[in-house]
Design a protein around this ligand. Structure first.
Ligand SMILES: NC(=O)c1ccc[n+]([C@@H]2O[C@H](COP(=O)([O-])OP(=O)(O)OC[C@H]3O[C@@H](n4cnc5c(N)ncnc54)[C@H](O)[C@@H]3O)[C@@H](O)[C@H]2O)c1
Ligand SMILES: [Zn+2]
Length: 369
């Protein structure tokens, strides 16, 4: 699946052969300059429209417009609170006004919020037009741009409205991460650690070892961790496009993580930060069961701590987190499915986690009574 090149600066191409579409994820420094050429190579419909946010466009729009003829970009706000149908509606309006048709390709250029919203617009406008993601946050580059989940929030729940709609291509240029605020960058790194914990001890060890160069956004340090994360996500999505089975391992850290986000009304934590806590909770649980060696739990806690401080949780009660978990999407037929680490790079999915065990794990991680 992955063609590695000896020189780290050469682009890496990962093919993602899902049942509904096969597409390439290409990762390379300076690839932003080649977006037009890549779209031509894959035969993407000739008319190209870009959806981006004002900030991303101000920072990187000039470079993208030199590489691909797009006319006026469609700019929409990208805060999580704008990830809703009314913003998608604005994208539809702009597409209609621009006369977008089946001969058009919609290019998303931004973080996960832009990718999810504009991807949903592409999936539904004229029952689907060609979609290419050019993600600009670390989280979008290693996670949301791959796998075809698109959609928006409903006032009563996150990502409640959406579709599976695979892109025609994903083009990743790690150099755009130079402008990403440190906190956003770290938020993406927790997901990289997740991939390491679930699927790749070498990736986990690399993050721990190269932390300084990664934070320095050195291209030789970023390329391998992004490529390996994309390879893992691509493989899991290929095996299980609609998350009926194996894709669930990528929910590692997300059960407690989502509950934590919900309890704090999506305001205190970046998603990745909540996942950081969620992974610690899952690891405590696994260690208490004897399913995870104490040294491996310790290694996870150490690497998470090494990224910097997480927002405080001492004022949040374990009871509130437990209550929020009852509303989890991962509850199947009344049972909460929990992804437990069994070693660095390996997991097991269990459905017999007792409330008392969870409470103990939450307390150990630092939640209040
Ligand atoms: N579809 C999926 O499978 C999937 C997976 C994970 C997460 N998500 C979704 O992704 C969203 C989060 O994505 P995100 O973390 O990228 O957040 P985001 O899109 O809100 O971007 C974070 C911030 O970074 C800014 N930004 C983006 N690129 C930048 C750059 N290069 N330089 C400077 N600033 C930049 C944005 O303007 C924004 O303010 C959530 O809505 C989540 O539900 C989807
Ligand atoms: Zn996540």
């Amino acid at each position: 699946m992955l063609s590695y090149h000896p020189h780290p600066m050469d682009p890496v191409r990962i093919d993602v052969p899902t049942p509904s579409r096969t597409y390439a994820v290409t990762i390379g420094d300076g690839l932003l300059d080649r977006v037009g050429a890549i779209l031509d190579e894959i035969g993407a419909p000739a008319r190209r429209l870009v959806v981006s946010s004002p900030l991303v466009w101000r920072l990187h729009g000039a470079q993208l417009s030199r590489a691909v003829a797009i006319g006026e970009p469609i700019l929409v706000p990208d805060g999580e609170r704008y990830k809703q149908l009314s913003t998608v509606s604005r994208i539809y309006d702009a597409l209609v006004r621009a006369g977008a048709d089946r001969a058009s390709t919609l290019v998303t250029f931004g973080g996960g919020v832009i990718g999810d919203m504009a991807g949903f617009a592409a999936a539904t406008y004229l029952r689907g037009i060609a979609l290419v993601h050019v993600p600009t946050t670390l989280l979008a580059q290693v996670d949301s741009a791959i796998g075809g989940k698109v959609g928006v929030n409903h006032a009563l729940g996150k990502n409640m409205i959406g579709a599976f709609y695979q892109p025609h291509a994903v083009v990743i240029d790690p150099l755009v991460l130079a402008t990403l605020p440190r906190r956003e960058f770290r938020a993406g790194l927790y997901e990289v650690i997740k991939y390491g914990m679930t699927s790749s001890a070498p990736l986990f060890e690399r993050v721990a070892r190269d932390r300084k160069a990664i934070f320095g956004r050195a291209i030789e340090a970023l390329m391998p961790i992004i490529a390996e994360s994309c390879r893992i996500k691509g493989e899991v999505v290929t095996a299980d496009e609609r998350e009926a089975g194996p894709r669930r391992i990528l929910n590692f850290g997300h059960t407690a993580g989502h509950a934590l986000e919900a309890v704090t009304r999506f305001r205190r934590f970046r998603h990745g930060e909540a996942v950081g806590y969620g992974m610690l909770v899952a690891a405590e649980l696994a260690a208490a069961r004897g399913a995870l060696a104490a040294a491996d739990r310790e290694a996870l806690a150490t690497v998470i701590a090494s990224l910097g401080p997480l927002p405080p949780i001492a004022d949040l009660s374990a009871a509130a987190i437990l209550e929020a978990m009852q509303h989890d999407k991962k509850i199947v037929a009344g049972r909460l499915h929990f992804v437990l680490p069994t070693a660095i790079g390996a997991t097991a999915i269990v459905d017999d986690v007792k409330e008392a065990e969870l409470r103990t794990a939450l307390r150990k991680v630092g939640f209040a009574k």
